[in-house]
Design a binder for this molecule. Structure first.
Ligand SMILES: [Zn+2]
Length: 383
């Protein structure tokens, strides 16, 4: 498995064959995008996953660092064409203004993964959402999707969920430019599109009776900036690719291990209002999210709220735009620039060492001056 990831050999599945398989899978069922789901699976066909396959396996939430398998080659292809956003929409959406009386919020879960790590899959959170039929949006890194292919296929196949682009490997886009910046965004698109094709090639069915890949969009149209940090240049690049930048107005603070469950619950509930977009993590850094989420959901439901995917929430009202990215105060994510520059050096060192010949099977030597890495929406130490 590590061999596949390192060599990228699995990219070599001929594209024409995948297209044929996709067409065949659709023809067999008559399924198409947007068709009403039949809650049954045609005879002679098979489900992609059993209930047990879908269920979280303890240990999957673990974050692995210092692991040479962390270095994943991006798909060598161009993303599907999309329509650039108009210039006035090249800003970030923090929340949505809803008509009076409408109480809907969007739960979002980031699946971040940096170059030197393989992060986790908090399937206990996903299982909770499935059990209670709660819609959610997952902002997934392209590299995360490729290091969690089966789980990505499952998330893509579930009509409760949608996927958004969280860049290829979670670099801070404020310090990137030119083709480096564009590739960081594009490679999450291509990772998703590649996985959607491989899902189509499986010719199996999701629990709602649809061919699995028909439950997913053909390309990603939502985007989230790593570290909640952007600038004019990166907003332009994202808009040029037709992606709507989604931030949040309520950060759960879950990547901070010191945040107690009860404090997270209280804080999220105090700040959530109709049209809120709430940030959590499900990559192993949502430390207390599995224990906080049930109470948050129960109380919000008791207050009359329902849950929507971000794309649905956007349709219900007027998005509230900001021309700059921030967590809770304007400018508060700009201070990650200095750290981002250190991280770039760190990633470069680790990458070079991992790519040296003869290191196959040997852990990457991690430089001693490894910086502390924050996640989106986490308050950094001042120093
Ligand atoms: Zn992130």
């Amino acid at each position: 498995m590590s061999g596949n990831i390192r060599t990228g050999s699995s990219w070599k599945i001929p594209r024409c064959r995948l297209v044929m398989l996709t067409l065949l899978a659709s023809a067999l069922t008559g399924a198409s995008m947007g068709r009403t789901a039949e809650p049954s699976v045609p005879a002679g066909t098979q489900m992609c996953w059993s209930k047990d396959d879908l269920t979280f396996k303890p240990g999957e939430e673990r974050i692995q660092t210092d692991n040479q398998r962390a270095f994943v080659f991006p798909p060598n292809r161009k993303p599907l064409a999309s329509t650039p956003l108009s210039h006035n929409r090249r800003r970030v959406i923090r929340r949505v203004n809803l008509p009076p009386g409408k109480k809907v919020v969007a739960l979002t879960f980031d699946l971040c993964e940096q170059p030197h790590e393989i992060t986790g899959y908090q399937g206990n959170t996903v299982d909770f959402l499935r059990t209670h039929k709660i819609k959610a949006t997952f902002f997934a890194g392209g590299k995360w999707m490729l290091s969690h292919r089966e789980r990505s296929h499952q998330l893509m196949s579930d009509p409760l969920f949608e996927i958004g682009n969280h860049t290829w490997e979670h670099r801070n886009l404020r310090i990137l430019s030119g083709s480096t910046l564009v590739k960081e965004i594009e490679r999450a698109q291509t990772a998703y599109e590649f996985l959607r094709e491989t899902l189509a090639g499986r010719q199996c069915f999701a629990p709602n009776g649809n061919v699995a890949h028909d439950n997913s969009d053909s390309y990603l149209s939502l985007f989230r900036f790593p570290f909640g940090a952007c600038n004019d240049r990166s907003l332009e690049a994202v808009g040029e690719m037709g992606l709507r930048a989604i931030q949040w107005d309520v950060s759960s603070g879950d990547p901070w291990p010191g945040l107690k469950t009860e404090d997270m619950v209280r804080d999220v509930l105090a700040r959530t209002k109709p049209g809120s977009i709430i940030l959590f993590h499900a990559n192993g850094r949502g430390w207390n999210t599995p224990s906080a989420l049930p109470t948050i959901v129960r109380v919000l439901e008791a207050r009359g709220y329902t849950f929507a995917k971000v794309s649905e929430l956007l349709e219900l009202g007027e998005p509230v735009y900001s021309s700059t990215c921030y967590d809770s105060r304007i400018g508060d994510t700009d201070r990650y620039d200095k750290l981002a520059k250190e991280l770039e050096l760190f990633y470069g060192d680790a990458r070079r060492k991992a790519m040296l010949p003869g290191v196959e099977g040997v852990p990457i030597p991690i430089p001693a001056r490894r910086p502390t890495v924050p996640s989106d929406g986490k308050e950094l130490d001042k120093n």
